[in-house]
Design a protein around this ligand. Structure first.
Ligand code: B16
Ligand code: MG
Length: 218
């Protein structure tokens, strides 16, 4: 049996992608770069500075800003993003997630978080589930973000688990890459084609039950 489940946050526990989109869009407007939701898909699971780099590259403005100016742009985006996540409540938990967390706890399965977001503890607190997590990886402590395996390896380490005893759950292409690069069992949430490297894919968190995890583990 698996001994731990390591969750991504955005797109698995709650859907903050729309807030990231709105905040990046506002910043983009200010610096003359427009983009749509389809482009925003490329930013899922990607850390803040890399997201900014991709947006600047889209607008052909990659070399227009110094590192300090880029830091200031990322901070401006994050300040606006934080005003959105201040309004997050337990009603924003994705379907099936509260029951899954309860069931995992009932079966003494460890629960970890492997999110690229530096805002993750605040979001979990506002969702009312901070106490359910046995560990949260600090993404600032890692050398390489997703798709590198570092964050899932670190999560397993913090839970005192071997990689082979854990399941990683992700909604983003970069996230599944990260789990598989760590040689961990990967469950994808979303489009089966995008997430085809996962060991198993569900289309919605509604299908992500404890019973399903037990079944696919065998
Ligand atoms: P922050 P995840 C990721 O969350 C988001 O999908 C991605 O869009 C965002 O840029 C990243 O967190 C960093 O977030 O700016 O709050 O540090 O999917 O890894 O939970
Ligand atoms: Mg995600």
């Amino acid at each position: 049996m698996f001994k731990g489940v390591i969750f991504d946050l955005d797109g698995v526990i709650t859907d903050t992608a729309e807030y990231h989109y709105l905040a990046w869009q506002a910043l983009g407007e200010k610096i003359g770069i427009t983009f749509d939701r389809a482009f925003n898909e490329n930013l899922k699971g990607v850390d803040r500075m890399e997201s900014l780099r991709r947006i600047l590259a889209l607008g052909g403005k990659e070399n227009d800003y110094s590192n300090e100016e880029k830091e200031a742009l990322a901070t401006e985006k994050n300040d606006l993003y934080q005003t959105f996540i201040d309004k997050v409540t337990p009603a924003d938990l994705l379907p099936g997630i509260p029951k899954l967390l309860n069931d995992l706890q009932d079966h003494k399965i460890a629960i970890g978080l492997a999110s690229a977001s530096k805002n993750a503890p605040k979001i979990l607190k506002n969702l009312g589930i901070l106490a359910e997590f046995d560990t949260i990886v600090d993404p600032a402590s890692l050398k390489h973000g997703k798709p590198a395996p570092d964050i899932f390896i670190q999560a397993a380490k913090q839970l005192n688990l071997e990689i082979k005893d854990a399941i990683g759950v992700e909604d983003a292409y970069s996230g599944i890459e990260s789990i598989k690069a760590a040689h961990m069992f990967a469950v994808g949430v979303g489009d089966a084609e995008t997430l085809k490297k996962a060991d198993y894919v569900v289309s919605s968190t509604k299908d992500l039950t404890y019973d399903l995890l037990v079944k696919i583990w065998k």
